[in-house]
Design a binder for this molecule. Structure first.
Ligand SMILES: Cc1cc2nc3c(=O)[nH]c(=O)nc-3n(C[C@H](O)[C@H](O)[C@H](O)COP(=O)(O)OP(=O)(O)OC[C@H]3O[C@@H](n4cnc5c(N)ncnc54)[C@H](O)[C@@H]3O)c2cc1C
Length: 449
């Protein structure tokens, strides 16, 4: 018997396992696949932290309070204030803790979806999970069991969760509780049909284990859920490219998005999840991110979502010396595209985008750039569902709550399996951030009790 059973070996699970072992708890971590890592290891490696040494060294005056305001605003205030506050209170200590565990952050800081300051802290995501796992196993207190799927939660007579049933019928017990860290359900067609029928035409990219197991197990015990109506795709995925799992966010450097009619259809500075909704409403569910050489040159090959050079080398951009030629390549009426760009450039000069009200590159950050210097570029873009970002209702100690808002004793959840934190839209880096912050917070609560 161990003190804590962790279901799932992504960023949330390994964070929980490490934090528990550091407090002297014996942990069993179950991973259904041959290798742990989940969506975390596949991800873009962007984490949202505020007030870090990297930001201070670059003169970026960020703080937990600004992060709080941005998270609430991007979540349209329907996210759970207490979870957002818990994240903001714990994120800086979690960032330091990750550094101590051997996770290495790039010195490059960028601004992306929902952020009013450069706050994207980037890691090699597979290496982050590896470092967490190595640190956890080095304690000698973590038993890692790959190829082992949890199938049900076990309770005692008083309703307290005391263990987990495995696929072949065995039951393993835990003295202090079970932490569900099994990720989302972007690979479960039935759940997607129920909760996200509007995304039937989107592209899906997620870890193979993202099948909603933990959500379904906890639902059987009466767990409540949050944010199920807000599943969204991220704008910026090339519709046919299968070599890059990631989206590209040229809009956040100044590109505009035009549809197949050659017209803008949205304020491009909003959350890329809301841009995802907007593109799904366009003909063919597709748009083009249009930019000029000046904007192209602001790309950053150290951040996957801004690595324009790599996508160019891979032949994924259309490039032309004039907007009319570019329009011909993407089969848009040239006069319409020229008129769209010229209207947009005039609005940059005026400081007033009468069509869609765009004021910044991204969220409240960055001055708009005109599209005027050849060559011109077009990147075909649709929406991609990377994760479901909704699910089990938890409190600020990551305890799972039932439909009456009461704690299900012995049951904790962290990471993508949980709902309530993001709300109606999404800040870049807040899903990986949520996984590590709440994976660790769950255990601080267990250890304190
Ligand atoms: C391509 C891509 C890019 C992304 N980029 C970013 C980004 O840059 N920044 C960001 O914040 N977010 C990003 N995300 C989202 C983010 O990566 C995830 O939300 C987050 O990593 C989820 O972490 P997790 O630990 O909760 O789940 P996961 O990392 O998915 O781990 C869950 C683990 O649980 C295992 N498991 C599932 N069921 C069981 C079971 N029954 N028994 C045992 N094990 C089980 C799975 O196999 C998996 O290993 C991206 C996602 C993708 C797919």
């Amino acid at each position: 018997m161990s003190d804590l059973i962790v279901i799932g070996g992504g960023a949330a699970g390994w964070s929980g396992a490490l934090a528990a072992a550091q407090r002297g708890l014996e942990v069993t971590l179950l991973e259904k696949l041959p290798d742990s890592g989940g969506s975390s290891a596949l991800s873009g490696g962007c984490l949202a932290f505020a007030g870090t040494d990297l930001q201070i060294a670059q003169g970026i005056a960020d703080s937990p309070d600004i992060l709080f305001d941005d998270l609430r605003e991007v979540g349209k205030d329907v996210n759970d204030e207490s979870l957002v506050r818990a994240y903001c209170d714990a994120q800086l200590a979690t960032y330091a803790w990750l550094n101590d565990a051997g996770v290495r952050f790039s010195p490059v800081l960028e601004t992306a979806s929902g952020q009013s300051l450069p706050r994207v802290h980037t890691v090699d995501p597979a290496d982050m999970v590896r470092q967490l796992r190595m640190a956890a196993e080095a304690t000698g207190l973590v038993a890692y069991r790959p190829n082992t799927s949890a199938t049900a939660l076990v309770r005692d007579g008083s309703g307290c969760v005391t263990g987990v049933a495995l696929a072949h019928g065995d039951i393993i017990d835990a003295r202090s509780g079970v932490l569900i860290a099994s990720g989302g359900f972007a690979r479960n067609a039935e759940l997607l049909e129920r909760y996200a029928p509007h995304l039937a035409e989107a592209v899906f990219v997620a870890g193979a284990g993202s099948q909603g197991d933990g959500l379904l197990m906890a639902r059987k015990l009466g767990a409540d859920v949050r944010d199920m109506e807000f599943i969204k795709g991220t704008f910026g995925k090339h519709p046919t490219d299968e070599t890059n799992d990631h989206s590209l966010q040229a809009v956040y450097k100044g590109a505009i998005a035009v549809n197949q009619d050659g017209r803008r259809f949205v304020d491009e500075s909003i959350s890329y999840k809301l841009l995802g909704d907007a593109v799904m409403a366009q003909p063919w569910h597709t748009a083009y991110q249009i930019m000029d050489q000046g904007i192209f040159d602001t790309g950053d090959n150290r951040v996957r979502i801004l690595d324009f050079g790599r996508r160019l080398e891979e032949g994924l951009f259309y490039v032309a010396d004039s907007l009319a030629e570019l329009a011909a390549q993407i089969e848009v009426d040239p006069e319409t595209l020229e008129a769209t760009v010229s209207r947009y450039n005039a609005s940059v000069d005026d400081g007033h985008d009468a069509e869609f009200g765009r004021k910044h590159l991204v969220h409240h950050f960055g001055a708009l750039r005109k599209i005027e210097t050849a060559p011109f570029y077009a990147y075909p873009s649709t929406a991609v569902v990377f994760g479901t970002y909704c699910g089990l209702r938890i409190d600020r100690d990551a305890r799972v709550l039932n439909m009456d808002g009461k704690v299900i004793p012995g049951l904790y959840a962290a990471g993508e399996v949980t709902g309530g934190f993001h709300g109606a839209a999404y800040m870049t880096g807040s899903a990986l951030g949520k996984a590590v912050v709440f994976g660790r917070l769950a255990v601080l609560g267990i250890a304190a009790r």
